[in-house]
Design a protein around this ligand. Structure first.
Ligand code: FEH
Ligand code: ZN
Ligand code: ZN
Length: 348
């Protein structure tokens, strides 16, 4: 089978021929239909030796949808062969209290495993097949198209989990701001509109991203410039923003969040843009502000995201690309030239 592999640190990913895996006890073989490309894939590709606890070579791809091809011994009880599924990408130890509760994203042993999941130290789904360690990592998707389902397992799930973490601030009359309208941000706008009464404002540098925000249901799409803070404050009648979801996590966006948050507001820092925030009392953050650093999501939340999408409430803006064009897609993602989410489609 074809697989896009990281052979060693600092090398470009290589399309490689591998033997099709055979599922062992408890494992499930999935025929991949689509695999999303994420900024975290860039972090993996750009990592210096020793920066991540992973040991190359491994196949990339942690946003995967496909069809169950075969079950290993004892892997029954989950989706049957032929059933279409999405893969819950955070793979923990499987035995701690967090993993037992379907919260592999918070596995207590994550620092001892040498991986974080599919395509993150373990063989992932930018390949024709993926071996999933347990049926519990699979969520049925029915007839949801693969290019829609795959991004929901990471971009969708991460955005949904971030919204869940700030939900207490999003009652009637509240205002939520999405900073950065890319693969995750445009889904966060839709999730906010579908699951909260809040007024949703979106901010980005790029005109095409602001247009995507509007198409996704933002009440206002505001360019990131010297007037953004004033515009956001004006949109709230001067009281400030109840929740900021920062999908960039860069210094300008964190500074903007500090300027516009309402007392008692929520700040979710989702993006890994390297920005820093000084938390001090007294300090620049308004009183009562709560911070969260959401990471991926739970398996239960993934089932809720898939149900939202199947109800028609979520639509992923995707660019579908054949697997062999992955190096070009990686380059375009680096340059911010992907609209929505790039999804690699496997050869049939
Ligand atoms: C995965 C592994 C490590 C860091 C970040 C991520 C995210 O892409 C998961 O949503
Ligand atoms: Zn990711
Ligand atoms: Zn665990």
């Amino acid at each position: 089978m074809k697989a896009l592999r990281l052979k060693d640190w600092g090398q470009e990913p290589e399309l490689t021929d591998l033997d099709r895996p055979v599922p062992g006890p408890g494992e499930v073989l999935v025929r991949v239909e689509a695999a999303g490309l994420c900024h975290s894939d860039l972090h993996v590709l750009d990592a210096a030796p020793g920066a991540l606890p992973y040991r190359p070579p491994f196949t990339l791809g942690h946003e995967i949808a496909g069809r169950v091809a075969a079950l290993g011994p004892g892997a029954d009880g989950g989706p049957r062969p032929g059933e279409r599924v999405v893969v819950y990408g955070p793979w923990g130890c499987g035995s701690c209290t967090r993993c037992a509760a379907g919260q592999d994203n918070h596995c207590d042993r994550r620092d001892t495993l040498g991986w974080h999941g599919a395509g993150l130290g373990r063989d992932g789904g930018m390949a024709e097949y993926i071996l999933v360690p347990a049926a519990r990592h699979l969520v049925p998707i029915g007839d949801l198209p693969a290019d829609q389902a795959a991004p929901l397992s990471d971009a969708g799930l991460t955005s949904y989990h971030a919204v869940a973490g700030v939900r207490q601030a999003l009652g009637e009359g509240s205002t939520a701001v999405v900073l950065g309208v890319g693969g995750l941000g445009h889904l966060a706008v839709q999730i906010l509109r579908a699951t909260t009464p809040s007024r949703v404002l979106a901010v980005d540098l790029r005109p095409e991203a602001l247009a995507l925000a509007t198409r996704s249901g933002a009440h206002q799409s505001i360019p990131m410039d010297a007037d953004t803070a004033a515009a956001l404050r004006k949109a709230t009648g001067g009281v400030g923003v109840d929740a900021v979801l920062d999908f960039a996590g860069a210094q300008p966006t964190l500074d903007l969040a500090t300027e516009v948050l309402r007392p008692g507001g929520e700040l979710a820092i989702v993006g890994s843009g390297g920005g820093q925030l000084t938390v001090r009392k007294p300090g620049f953050l308004p009183p009562g502000v709560r911070l969260s650093l959401p990471f991926w999501g739970t398996r239960q939340e993934l089932t809720e995201v898939i149900a939202l999408a199947r109800s028609g409430a979520l639509r992923v803006e995707t660019e579908q690309l054949p697997l062999p064009s992955a190096p070009d897609a990686v380059d375009r993602l680096r340059r911010g030239r992907i609209r929505g989410r790039a999804v690699l489609v496997m050869p049939t």
